[in-house]
Design a protein around this ligand. Sequence first.
Ligand SMILES: [Zn+2]
Length: 407
Amino acid sequence: MPSIYFVDVTNRDAAQTARVGISKLEKTMINVYLGEMGVHQSEFAFPYVRHEQNYARANLELQGMGAMGGLVLQGWCRAQVGDVEASLPTGVEVLNLSISTSDQMIIHKFRGKLDREKVISDMVDAVSYARSHEIRDIGANAEDSSRTDMGYLTEFAMAAREAGAARFRYCDTLGYDTPNSIYHRVRELAEKVKIPIELHCHNDLGMAVANSISGAQGAIDGGVDAYINTTVNGIGERAGQADLLSCILALMFSRDMNGYHIADDINLNVSAKLARYVSNAFGIPIPINQPGVGANAFAHESGIHADGTLKDRRNYELYDFELLGRDEEECIPTGRVITTGEYGGLAGLRHVYERLGVVFEDGNEAQRALELVQYANAHTQSPLTDDELRFIAKYPEQVRKILTMTP
Ligand SMILES: [Zn+2]
């Protein structure tokens, strides 16, 4: 029975969004939280981009050490042999390769450099090269799938599968599909090509979550596994993309979802912590009406609603707030507080870490931790969280690598 998996692309697609950004340490913490939440895979890096490479190496090491649960770390690059080659030194073993397939983009973006045949042969060459160089799992991405004609898209996916791609990513790059159209198009691809399909939906028309769910149903009904691409809080290019928590909640609690099984062992209790962390890291507030984690997601004031909810929460709530870890209130001290960071010293560092239950073996170890804390804060430029401080103390060598960037 085919199943549904989650591939979170916050660290690639959301990270490349205009006007916002996050540090490599913050990307690492997002991977840690995604692992804790039980998400299948993180599209975690551009492994061919030099400033990502130490981060990529360190995260692959951390994953090997069990710091991210069962999370699969997958890199993203263009479907070009040169990009794959440049990614190899990081040790990445799972790659998604991307190229545009719509006539709009072939004609108006590639402008004669590539035609339909060359797009397929570039993908086939890149997949073949990756396969012969120890990339064990390859996804073939068709950018702008939703504006690509079905005959050509099927031919493209078939060629990628025959070259050795294990998955096909259906990209609704501009959020052009409707739940109805994506269901039928993905189902047809699943039935004809018989390859697991990723749903990559953007939110330009406000339908990213609905399209992701409907596309996943199309894949399952067509007989293949579905991999839903998401970002935390729906952050992404332009109007964003499918929100991770909304997609999970929709599969769990909306009508007629029997038969659509989530393969990932999801721990919803991490949701509130992850949403808050990503919001702070990107500097983008969580909307008050955000599903599950917004301040108003479980708030009731109007007479009829408050009365009904007090009598039985199911009158106005489909799912319980306790599920999402949002009842763990953050305590912010209002009296004296000692913090540590970019310009901190040893006494403050020891004080902060003692509060976290971390004791350093000797002065050298404390000094090394202080240096890492200073650099980490110089990267994040926002107060280090307790989890970040614990992480720095637990994995100093990997953190040192993550913080090392030399142009
Ligand atoms: Zn995208």
